[in-house]
Design a protein around this ligand. Structure first.
Ligand SMILES: [Zn+2]
Length: 422
C-alpha cells in the first residue's frame, strides 16, 4: 500500500545539506570546476578570457590553471589570434590527462567503454552473462573493466573512476541498486561491492540520468539550466535537470515518465498498472499492436522486430503508420504535461526509438500543441531529437564520473565513500 506522509512542520528536513559557503576548500573546488568547464566548453581559451567570463580574478585563474597543468588535466597551446602583438597562449583540456570507464549494464550483456576526459571512446568491450546471479554480474563487470585497462595498457592510477548506468531505481548517493526490474534485485549495494574489489571510485545511476549528464556536459544541454531528456525504445525514460542540477527525487525514484498514466482503462503494463505511457510508446507495445493487427487481418505482413515494423510503415502500410501515429499522439500528451509542470527550455528526445523519425514525431508535435496549456509559449522551447548512436549509453555512464571533474560541487549530490583525486 502506498503510504503518504503529510508533515506540516518538518524537523527532519536537513537545511544544512550543503557545506557552508565559507569553506575555502569548497570555494577552491567550485572555482576549479568553473575554470575546467569554461575550457571544455570553449575548446581552447586564453586565461584573460577565462577571468572575464567566470568573473574570477586574474590571480585566481593563474593559480588554478597552474595547478591543472601540473596535474596534467589541461595543456597550453600557442594558437591564439596574433593580431599585431604576441600570440596569446590558449588552454585546452588534455584528453589523455585521465581516463574513465563507462558501463551500460543490460539484460543479457555488459557494454564497457574506456573514454578520455572528453568522453571520446578509446576502447570498447562487450561481454554476455551466463546467468543473472549477483556473483556472475559483479564478476563480469570486474572482468570487462580489467580487460579494457589491460588492452589499452592504462595504469589504474590514471583511471578516475567507473560509471555504471542501468534501468531501475538507483540511489546514486549511496551507490545502491534499490530495484532492478531486469535482474529482480532489491537493495543491492553494487557500488560498494565493486569499489571494494576494484579499489577505484564507482558511481551508479539510472541509465537515463547518465544519458542526461552526457547531454549536460557534452551535448545540447550544455549551458542550459532547465531541460529534460526523454528516452524511447524498450521503455520510456526521463532525466530532469532543474537549475543546472540533475533532479533525482527522494531516494532516486524521479523520472518514471513511462509509467505516468495516460488512460486508467488502457492496456495492462509490465508494472502491474494500466494505461501507462509505455503501453502505447515502447517497442514491445508497438510490436504487440502489430501482432494483433496481423492476426485480425488488418496488416498484410507479420513483423517480428521494431525495424521490420518501421520498414513496413515507411513503405506506406496504413496500419503500421497508424500504430506509430497513436504512439506519437500519446507521447505528445505526456510531453504537454511535462511542459505544464516544468516549463523547460529544451526537451531532448533520445534512445533507439528515435529511428521511427517523422512517423512518430509529426503526430507528437501536433499533440503537444493541442494539449499544452495556452500561454506557455512552447513554440519558444526547443524540442531536439537526437541522432541515435549505439555508444551513447556507455558515454553516458562515463559522464557519471566526468561530472565529478567538470560540474560544480554544488550541483552534484556527493556519493558516499567516493573521492576522485584530482
Ligand atoms: Zn506502468
Amino acid at each position: 500500500m502506498l503510504y503518504i506522509k503529510v508533515t506540516l512542520f518538518s524537523e527532519e528536513r536537513n537545511y544544512m545539506a550543503k557545506p557552508p559557503l565559507g569553506n575555502r576548500t569548497l570555494i577552491r573546488a567550485i572555482n576549479r570546476s568553473a575554470v575546467l568547464n569554461m575550457i571544455k566548453t570553449h575548446g581552447s581559451i586564453a586565461r584573460t578570457d577565462i577571468a572575464q567570463f567566470t568573473g574570477l580574478s586574474a590571480a585566481t585563474v593563474t593559480g588554478i590553471t597552474a595547478e591543472l597543468i601540473e596535474r596534467g588535466l589541461i595543456i597550453e597551446k600557442e594558437e591564439g589570434d596574433s593580431s599585431g602583438g604576441r600570440r596569446p597562449i590558449l588552454l585546452a583540456i588534455n584528453p589523455s590527462g585521465g581516463y574513465v570507464i563507462g558501463i551500460k549494464l543490460m539484460e543479457h550483456q555488459v557494454i564497457g567503454a574506456l573514454t578520455d576526459l572528453e568522453a571520446t571512446i578509446i576502447a570498447k568491450h562487450i561481454e554476455k552473462f551466463p546467468d543473472h546471479s549477483l556473483g556472475t554480474i559483479t564478476d563480469t563487470l570486474v572482468g570487462v573493466i580489467d580487460k579494457l585497462l589491460l588492452d589499452m595498457d592504462i595504469d589504474k592510477a590514471k583511471l578516475f573512476g567507473v560509471g555504471i548506468g542501468l534501468a531501475g531505481i538507483i540511489d546514486a548517493k549511496k551507490g545502491n541498486l534499490r530495484y532492478s526490474p531486469i535482474f529482480g534485485f532489491r537493495d543491492v549495494p553494487l557500488g560498494k561491492l565493486l569499489r571494494t574489489r576494484l579499489e577505484v571510485p564507482v558511481f551508479i545511476d539510472n541509465d537515463v540520468n547518465t544519458l542526461t549528464l552526457t547531454e549536460q556536459l557534452f551535448g545540447s544541454g550544455q549551458g542550459i539550466d532547465n531541460f529534460i531528456t526523454i528516452t524511447i525504445g524498450r521503455g520510456v525514460g526521463m532525466g530532469i535537470v532543474v537549475n543546472g542540477q540533475l533532479y533525482r527525487g527522494a531516494n532516486g525514484g524521479a523520472g518514471e515518465f513511462g509509467h505516468t498514466v495516460i488512460d486508467p482503462e488502457g492496456p495492462p503494463c509490465a508494472c502491474g498498472k494500466r494505461g501507462c505511457l509505455e503501453t502505447y510508446v515502447s517497442d514491445p507495445a508497438l510490436l504487440k499492436m502489430a501482432l494483433k493487427a496481423f492476426s485480425d487481418g488488418e496488416m498484410t505482413e507479420e513483423v517480428r522486430t521494431i525495424e521490420e515494423l518501421n520498414a513496413l510503415a515507411q513503405v506506406g502500410d496504413h496500419t503500421a503508420r497508424a500504430i506509430f501515429k497513436q504512439a506519437g499522439e500519446k507521447l505528445g500528451i505526456g510531453i504537454a504535461n511535462l511542459f505544464n509542470i516544468f516549463s523547460p527550455q529544451e526537451i531532448i528526445i533520445s534512445g533507439e526509438g528515435v529511428r521511427a523519425g517523422e512517423l512518430l514525431f509529426e503526430p507528437m508535435r501536433a499533440s503537444i500543441e493541442q494539449h499544452v496549456m495556452p500561454g506557455l509559449d512552447v513554440q519558444d522551447a526547443v524540442i531536439r531529437i537526437d541522432v541515435w548512436d549505439d555508444d551513447v549509453w556507455a558515454r553516458g555512464a562515463a559522464s557519471l564520473v566526468l561530472q565529478e571533474v567538470f560540474n560544480s560541487p554544488l550541483n552534484i549530490e556527493k556519493t558516499e565513500d567516493n573521492v576522485i583525486a584530482f
